[in-house]
Design a protein around this ligand. Structure first.
Ligand code: ADP
Ligand code: ZN
Length: 529
C-alpha cells in the first residue's frame, strides 16, 4: 500500500482515494470490490463497523450505470444519500416517505443515467412499476443490505425480502452483492438458498471485536449496578443502555438524569420529534447516554460509544452481538455489560409461550433463547463462545469477565434434586401454584406466613436446602431453567418439571452449575419474589 499513488493503481483504489479520501482498503474490501466490479456475485459477512458500504459503493462508481441498493432501513436513506452527495457521489432513493414529485425526479435521474447509487426499499421493488423502471434504465449491480432479513427464522425477518429472489431471474446479468453483519451458519445457508447465490464468492470476516470487553453480571439491583458501572468506569462517556420495555426505558432514563448522568430516552412509543431530537443529541454531543429499546441503533454510526449496557436479556445471540457491536467502533476499549437474573429467564420463556405464530416458530424462538442463556451461564471465555456461535474459533481472550475472574463450577446435582423434588411435591397439591420464592423458602426451612398457611413446613423437603443462600438458590433455579431441566408455566411463573427433570431425580444425570460469586458483592439486594 506504500506505492498506491502510482499511476497504474486500480480504478477501485483510485475511487477510494479520490472520492472517499481513505488511504487503503480494510480487510477483504479490495477482493470483494474486485469480484463485483468483475461482474461476479458476492456474499459478505462482516461485523457492524467493518466497512460493508464501500464494498458496493465503489463497484457502483467503477461500473457503468447505477448501483441499486436494497435496504430495509428507510429512516436512514436520506442520511445515506446526503452523506454520499456531500462526497460528490450522485445518489438518490425511492421509498414510501417521498411525495410523487421527489420520486419522479429520482426516476428521471436514474433513466438519464445520472445516478451512481439508487437506494430502494424492498417493498418498492415488488411493484411492477419499479421493475419496469429498472428495465428501462441501466443497473450496474444489486446490493442487498441487511441480507439476513431474508432468513425466515432469523430475528429480523422481513417478508418483502423473500421477493428478492426475483432479482436474479429478471436481471440475470447484473451482479449481486448480499451483505450482513449477522449470520450463523444456518442463516448464511438460508441467504444463499433464498437469494439464489449459488455462484457467489463468500467473504467471511472475523467477528471478533477485540477492543470490546464482554461482561455478564448477576442482576440484583440493576439501576444501582448500572449507575456504578457509569460512575466507576464510564463517567462522561457516550453509551447505550438497552431495556426491554418502553416503561423501563423511561424509568431508567429518569433515574440516570436524577443521578446527574446526561441521559435521554429513545423508544418507538415516543412522539417522533422528541425521539429524533434525542437521537440527534446522542450523535452530536459528547458523553450522552441513550436509554433505548432495541428499536434504537440499526445503522447508527457513532464511533465513540464507550459502553453498551443491557438491563434485560436479549432474545438471541445475534441480537446481543449486534447491539453490543455498537460499542467501540473506533477501535478504542469499550465495555459490553449485561445484567442477567432469574426473572429474565422466567419472563422470556413466558413471552415465547404466549407468542403468536405456530409451534415451529416458538421452537425457533426457544432455540435462540437457549443459545443466549448458554452464553450467560458459560464458565468459558465469553468471546470464544460468541465466536463459536458464528461458526468461528478463537483462543481465550483475556478481555472478558470469565477470563479476568474465572468462574467456578460446582456439582449442583444434589441441590438440583432437592429443588426438583420440592417442585414435584408442590405439583401434587395441584390446588395452588407456586413460584421460585415459595420453593426457596421451603428449601431453606423458612416459616413464612405463606409456608405455614399451606402446611409446607410439614413437607419432608422442608429445610433440606439450608446450606445455600437465597441468591445461590435463585442461581440454581435460573440455571435449571436455562438447561431446560425446569420450566415455567402460566402468568405467575409457576415452576414445573420437564421431560428431562426425571433424569436428574433418578440420578442418571449430573448437573454442573456456575458458582454465583458476584452476588455476594456489597450491593447485594434481593429483587422481587
Ligand atoms: P458497516 O456497514 O459494515 O457497519 P460502514 O460501511 O458503515 O460499516 O463503515 C464503518 C466506518 O468505517 C465508516 O465510518 C466508514 O467510512 C469507515 N471505513 C470503511 N472502510 C474504510 C477504509 N478502507 N478506510 C478507512 N475507513 C473506512
Ligand atoms: Zn475471554
Amino acid at each position: 500500500a506504500l506505492t498506491d499513488a502510482s499511476p497504474e493503481t486500480s480504478p477501485a483504489l483510485e475511487v477510494l482515494h479520490r472520492v472517499f479520501g481513505y488511504g487503503s482498503f480494510r480487510g477483504e474490501q479490495q477482493e470483494i470490490i474486485e469480484q463485483v466490479v468483475g461482474g461476479g456475485d458476492a456474499l459478505v459477512l462482516m461485523p457492524t463497523g467493518g466497512g460493508k458500504s464501500l464494498c458496493y459503493q465503489i463497484p457502483a462508481l467503477v461500473r457503468e450505470g447505477t448501483g441499486v441498493v436494497i435496504s430495509p432501513l428507510i429512516a436512514l436513506m436520506q442520511d445515506q444519500v446526503n452523506a454520499l452527495t456531500a462526497l460528490g457521489v450522485r445518489a438518490g432513493f425511492l421509498n414510501s416517505t417521498q411525495d410523487p414529485y421527489e420520486r419522479q425526479a429520482v426516476e428521471q435521474a436514474f433513466l438519464a443515467d445520472e445516478l451512481d447509487l439508487l437506494y430502494l426499499a424492498p417493498e418498492r421493488l415488488r411493484t411492477e412499476g419499479t421493475q419496469r423502471l429498472l428495465d428501462r434504465g441501466r443497473v450496474s449491480l444489486f446490493a442487498i443490505d441487511e441480507a439476513h432479513c431474508v432468513a425466515q427464522w432469523g430475528h429480523d425477518f422481513r417478508p418483502d425480502y423473500l421477493a428478492l429472489s426475483m432479482l436474479h431471474e429478471r436481471w440475470p446479468k447484473v451482479p449481486r452483492i448480499a451483505l450482513t453483519a449477522t449470520a450463523t451458519r444456518a442463516t448464511h445457508a438460508e441467504i444463499v438458498a433464498r437469494l439464489g447465490l449459488d455462484e457467489a464468492r463468500h467473504f467471511v470476516a472475523s467477528f471478533d471485536r477485540p477492543n470490546i470487553q464482554y461482561r455478564i453480571a448477576p442482576k440484583n439491583n440493576p439501576l444501582k449496578q448500572l449507575l456504578e458501572l457509569i460512575r466507576t468506569e464510564h463517567e462522561g462517556d457516550a453509551g447505550v443502555v438497552y431495556c426491554l420495555s418502553r416503561a423501563s426505558v423511561e424509568k431508567t432514563a429518569a433515574f440516570l438524569v436524577e443521578q446527574g448522568v446526561e441521559a435521554v430516552a429513545y423508544h418507538a412509543g415516543m412522539d417522533s420529534r422528541t425521539r429524533a431530537a434525542n437521537q440527534a443529541r446522542f450523535l452530536r454531543e459528547d458523553g450522552i447516554v441513550v436509554v433505548a429499546t432495541i428499536a434504537f441503533g440499526m445503522g447508527i454510526d457513532k464511533p465513540d460509544v464507550r459502553f453498551v449496557a443491557h438491563l434485560d436479556l436479549p432474545k438471541s445471540v445475534e441480537g446481543y452481538y449486534q447491539e453490543t457491536g455498537r460499542a467501540g467502533r473506533d477501535g478504542e476499549p469499550a465495555t459490553a455489560w449485561l445484567a442477567y437474573g432469574l426473572q429474565d429467564v422466567v419472563q422470556q420463556r413466558k413471552l415465547i409461550e404466549g407468542s403468536e405464530g405456530d409451534e415451529a416458530h416458538r421452537r425457533s424462538l426457544g432455540m435462540h433463547l437457549d443459545a443466549m442463556l448458554a452464553l450467560c451461564e458459560t464458565v468459558d471465555c465469553r468471546r470464544v463462545r460468541l465466536l463459536e456461535y458464528f461458526g468461528q474459533s478463537g483462543e481465550p481472550c483475556g478481555n472478558c469477565d470469565t477470563c479476568l475472574t474465572p468462574a467456578e463450577s460446582w456439582d449442583g446435582t444434589v441441590a438440583a434434586q432437592k429443588l426438583l423434588s420440592t417442585v414435584w411435591r408442590l405439583a401434587k397439591e395441584r390446588r395452588q401454584k407456586f413460584g421460585a420464592g415459595q420453593i426457596i423458602d421451603i428449601l431453606q426451612g423458612k416459616k413464612t406466613a405463606k409456608v405455614i398457611q399451606f402446611d409446607h413446613d410439614g413437607l419432608s423437603v422442608f429445610g433440606v436446602g439450608a446450606d445455600l443462600s437465597t441468591a445461590e438458590w435463585r442461581g440454581v433455579v435460573r440455571q435449571l431453567l436455562a438447561q431446560r431441566l425446569l420450566a415455567v408455566e402460566g402468568d405467575y411463573g409457576t415452576l414445573v418439571l420437564t421431560d428431562e427433570s426425571g433424569e436428574v431425580l433418578g440420578g442418571r444425570r449430573s448437573v454442573p452449575l456456575r458458582k454465583e460469586k458476584a452476588v455476594a458483592a456489597p450491593s447485594r439486594k434481593e429483587s422481587g419474589s
